[in-house]
Design a protein around this ligand. Structure first.
Ligand SMILES: Cc1cc2nc3c(=O)[nH]c(=O)nc-3n(C[C@H](O)[C@H](O)[C@H](O)COP(=O)(O)O)c2cc1C
Length: 341
């Protein structure tokens, strides 16, 4: 058995190594763009601004929930927070379960509000922690510790089942989500962690009052693979390493529902380039999110690593928009994509 702090630390170390990504593709590689040889606009007039939950950000990328709850997590969260404050990007802290169990770990989360007084920051808690309802004082502690702008609930049954010490109780999570939606004034975002949200799951979440769904589909970080790396070989079970619905399949299914139900969809799970970002928006996403490339950039080169990654994403997205003849991301649509034969 390992402590939740060791687990969170292992996750950061393991996800930046090779071998923890799905072999299953996201599906973005099945498309290419409908090149416009007469864009009739200037590169410098193109903007990457994007809206989510009524707020305008400089770029359609949410830095996915990742860390907190152990000593070294504070500095990582500080880098993400400073960066998002400077670049006007939204981000989520990692699961705050550890600080609910041990109050002394609160600083590793609350540092984000010190470093990013104006940024959009989301709290994060697992669906399993909502079974039977989250006590009002704990919900308050979660939100107040970072003065959160939104609350993210993560669903990760695959990951939990691959962890010898993981949760085995999943009954009552939907009720828990419904309750938390009515207990908080904050918008509730529900995300998977890489195995995807199906149409059926999305409908149940919307019926529970959820306003934003982050599909977090398969094709990026595989939590079965991550957890398997933490086991001794005898305990590892690789049968589920490729389990999950590819990101593009989730996107296409949920975009049909978007027209009927009017919610906002974040595309994530294997978002690795501006090409993925643009394609996701063409296929119906309002915004995108990414985790592994961000933690990798920070581990390799700290704040500068993140700057280099972001500069490339931003330049490439502006180039893509120019080559499609679009002044902004709102113009991206399905007809900008062609399917490979
Ligand atoms: C180091 C690391 C830690 C993570 N911890 C959390 C977490 O605490 N809560 C959560 O909702 N998701 C967590 N995730 C999952 C990501 O937010 C994301 O949904 C998933 O990794 C798929 O995105 P990716 O393919 O861009 O990595 C974590 C991801 C990484 C890489």
């Amino acid at each position: 058995m390992t402590d939740i702090r060791d687990r969170k630390k292992d996750h950061v170390e393991l996800t930046v190594t090779d071998g923890t990504q799905y072999n299953t593709p996201t599906g973005f590689d099945q498309y290419y763009f409908d090149h416009n040889a007469l864009p009739e606009l200037d590169y410098n007039s193109v903007t990457t601004k994007a809206k989510l939950l009524g707020r305008t950000f400089d770029f359609p990328l949410f830095i996915s929930s990742m860390t907190g709850g152990y000593a070294d997590a504070g500095p990582v969260n500080a880098v993400i927070a400073e960066f998002c404050e400077a670049e006007n990007l939204p981000f989520g802290v990692g699961s705050q379960r550890a600080m609910l169990e041990d109050e002394s770990l609160t600083d590793t989360f609350s540092i984000v509000r010190e470093k990013a007084p104006n940024a959009f920051i989301a709290s994060n808690i697992g669906g399993a922690q909502l079974i039977g309802g989250l006590k009002a004082n704990l919900l308050k502690r979660l939100i107040n510790s970072i003065e959160a702008d939104a609350l993210i609930v993560h669903l990760n049954p695959l990951q939990e089942l691959m962890q010898p010490e993981g949760d085995r109780y999943f009954k009552g999570i939907l009720n828990g989500i419904e309750k938390i939606v009515s207990d908080t004034q904050l918008p509730v975002i529900v995300k998977e962690t890489g195995a995807g949200i199906s149409l059926h799951t999305a409908k149940r979440l919307l019926n529970a009052g959820v306003k934003v769904i982050d599909i977090a589909g398969a094709g990026g970080t595989s939590w079965s693979k991550v957890e398997n790396f933490r086991h001794t070989n005898q305990k590892a079970n690789h049968s589920f390493d490729e389990w999950g619905i590819p990101t593009v399949e989730c996107l296409i299914e949920l975009s049909r529902l978007e027209c009927e139900r009017g919610f906002e969809m974040i595309a994530s799970g294997g978002i690795r380039s501006a090409f993925d970002i643009a394609k996701a928006i063409c296929l119906g996403a309002h915004f995108t999110a990414s985790a592994q490339p961000v933690i990798k950039a920070i581990k390799e080169d700290g704040y500068e690593g993140l700057e280099t990654l972001y500069k490339e994403l931003k330049n490439d997205l502006k180039t893509i928009l120019t080559l499609l003849g679009h002044p902004n991301i709102l113009k991206l649509n399905k007809s900008d994509l062609r399917r490979k034969a």
